[in-house]
Design a protein around this ligand. Structure first.
Ligand SMILES: C[S@@+](CC[C@H](N)C(=O)[O-])C[C@H]1O[C@@H](n2cnc3c(N)ncnc32)[C@H](O)[C@@H]1O
Length: 253
């Protein structure tokens, strides 16, 4: 599963920036939170993708050492080609290749939902933070694309099962169990307009994020029925709406 996720993100790296305006919008908001922190000597950005957020950090904290880390080779290559002055590291958030207490702040924008076992990746973030260090970021949560899941299920009940993304309570529990001293977790739902269900699925593919594990087979007829259900139930503006739940976390070691 992990290799499949890496490959899909790697393959999407060339197109990623054209289709990731939602990610950039959240990154800009995340920056507004991060710049309230005292200037750190070292930052780590986990799941940096093509480096949009990492480069914002560099622009705002030119004196800090900044490391962008991603496990997809294509993403790291794209980031390195686009942005100077940042250390780009190909590695997995589950096994960070750094000594303990290497960073003052660990950040992450919309990556941990793919990282598998949250306690493990949060534990790694905690290990590489200095005492009192800050862990701050976002991930997509459980309600993300609920309209899609509901439409697919209504088209052929029980035929198709997705493993859903973590919810707010699971994020809170993972921060607690991975040993963070204090933390805050909250979430917001953002509704995005797509032409139809097919455009939503194509968008997921274009950013490499079509990798939720799933079981079952729907077939073209049920897919077309799901698209009709989606259009009828979830009309939004001139097309259909898709919810993206963004879970925000802020924790102290
Ligand atoms: C949706 S993109 C977000 C990229 C970037 N942070 C942004 O805001 O545009 C998620 C990124 O997380 C990376 N990723 C997912 N799981 C990871 C893991 N376990 N270790 C390192 N990177 C991971 C993917 O390769 C992908 O580049």
């Amino acid at each position: 599963m992990k290799n499949k996720i890496q490959q899909k993100f790697s393959a999407s790296a060339k197109n990623y920036d054209r289709f990731s305006s939602l990610h950039r919008e959240i990154a800009d908001k995340l920056l507004a939170r991060v710049i309230k922190e005292p200037v750190p000597s070292a930052f780590l950005d986990v799941g940096c993708g093509t480096g949009y957020f990492t480069a914002l950090l560099k622009g705002n904290f030119p004196q800090s050492n900044i490391v962008g880390l991603d496990f997809a080779q294509g993403m790291i290559d794209a980031a390195r080609a686009r942005h100077d002055g940042i250390d780009w590291v190909l590695a997995d958030g589950n096994n960070l290749p750094f000594a303990k207490e290497s960073f003052d702040i660990v950040v992450s924008n919309l990556a941990y939902q793919w990282a598998g076992y949250l306690i493990r990746v949060f534990n790694e973030a905690r290990r590489v933070l200095v005492p009192e260090g800050t862990f701050v970021g976002t991930l997509f949560g459980y309600n993300t694309c609920q309209e899609l899941f509901q439409s697919l299920d209504e088209a052929k009940p029980g035929a198709f099962k997705f493993s859903r993304l973590p919810d707010e309570a699971q994020v809170r529990e993972a921060l607690d169990l991975s040993g963070f001293k204090s933390f805050n977790v909250n979430s917001e739902n953002i509704k995005v307009e797509f032409k139809d269900m097919y455009e939503l699925i194509a968008w997921f593919k274009s950013i490499g994020a079509n990798n939720l594990s799933r079981e079952g087979y729907l077939g073209p007829e049920a897919i077309s029925r799901a698209a009709d259900i989606y259009r009828e139930k979830f009309a939004f503006l001139n097309g259909v709406g898709a919810t993206f739940e963004v879970i925000w976390f802020y924790a102290k070691k």
